[in-house]
Design a protein around this ligand. Sequence first.
Ligand code: XMP
Length: 503
Amino acid sequence: KILVIDFGSQYTQLLARRIREIGVYSEVVQFDEKIDLKEIEGIILSGGPDSVYAKDAPQIPNYVFDLKKPVLGVCYGMQSITKYFNGKVKKEKVSEYGRTEIEIKNNSKLFENLPKKFNTWMSHGDSVVEVPNGAKIIAKTSNNIIASFEYENYYAIQFHPEVRHTEFGNNIIENFVVNICGISNTWSLQDFITQKIEEIRKKVGNDKAIIALSGGVDSSVAAVLMHKAIGNNLKAVFVDHALLRLNEENDVRSIFKEIMGLDLTVVNARERFLTKLKNVSEPEKKRKIIGEEFIRVFEEESKKFSDAKYLIQGTIYSDVIESAASGKKTAKIKSHHNVGGLPEDINFEIIEPLRNLFKDEVRNVGEILGIPKHILYRHPFPGPGLAIRIIEDITEEKLEILKKVDNIFIETLRDTGWYNKVWQAFAVLTPIKTVGVVGDERSYEYVVSLRSVDSVEGMTADWSRIPFEVLDKASRRITNEVKGVGRVVYDITSKPPSTIEWE
Ligand code: XMP
């Protein structure tokens, strides 16, 4: 396998993912983590936000030098190799961000079969100004900055091959993994499933586990995987926390019956969530309250199930990275519930079988496991539900409004064939009221925003170019059918700089 060592770049997991796409198993570890050194055939050092000369800058772990396997340093990884072997890194006058052309100056296995010049994606303030003694410079940028060098078993590149904007990025990764490390590319998600099931069986043994089923893609796939692994020692619980979409409870019941042929335990926790959330406006506080209350409900449910020892969560990689629960050096964006939103004193051991996968990989695993497409291709729905789509405080009245608006928008997308063309669509209730005219009367009602995005991994997204006629249809229905809404707007912001959800 290829080990990816994380120094805190937002893109680290993409490296592992690109390698898996090529058909080679790869996993991410932290730079300061104790790890099992078996079966490592190559190492990648990720990018990161620090300068290599900063006081607390993360260091390359010693085993990297002991293993004597091929090492690829990306961005910060390149700079830390340079520093270790006594080259020089400096803040140059030019910082390179975004698309940057590089030119290959010397042959290298890393760039085999690639053109002499092509565009790469850069994101660096510091640059390598002197390579280690004996190293060969392989490429430079159009600003004459060193873009790549080779030194013994070390390969270094300043740009990010894992980002899609780097032309031939996948070829470079493949050259490293297959040609330089010599690994055959035969691994598949089927192997992931087999390994995971075995791993879970070993870990859980005859103990009991409960899973939080939300009816979303991630928890459905996690449930089926777990059920394959431990059968009836798994109990599925669905918490109705009052922050669900219209008809969600019934939909989830039927989904669950369809995929697992089992009955679902539904817990009515509406009162307790709404009480705890009363008058709370601050987004992170909402997330924390919901995360905590979830766990408390599950603790109570586990007591009814022979004191289940494990709690299974459908956490996937984008949740992990944006909560910065993985990279200690990664900036925290928000506390995704499942990860950053959970309390510290938990009476369970948590198992997250899909933690290293991206959404589309999760869907592929689901297809292999035989889960019907209409379930796998439901739009993502966040754990904290409508709570993070009602800006400011949550009331039952606001929930009722938002459920209806959301339902009309989704129905419109389904009716017009747009539901499956976009990655995720939903409505947001703003706390703003504006003036309107209804009949001959003045009105003063809420503004709702429709949001629809196109994305592959949820890490970046662009707003969907839905035709005006479709938006018009939704807008008319909303203002005609939903009391309390006076104005409909469409959100045209990409991620970054915004996020997909509003809170
Ligand atoms: P953001 O808003 O961070 O969302 O750009 C990226 C994707 O993650 C979903 N999301 C969540 N999913 N728990 C989840 O299970 C959460 O707390 C959470 N917050 C956001 C969001 O809907 C989008 O698909």
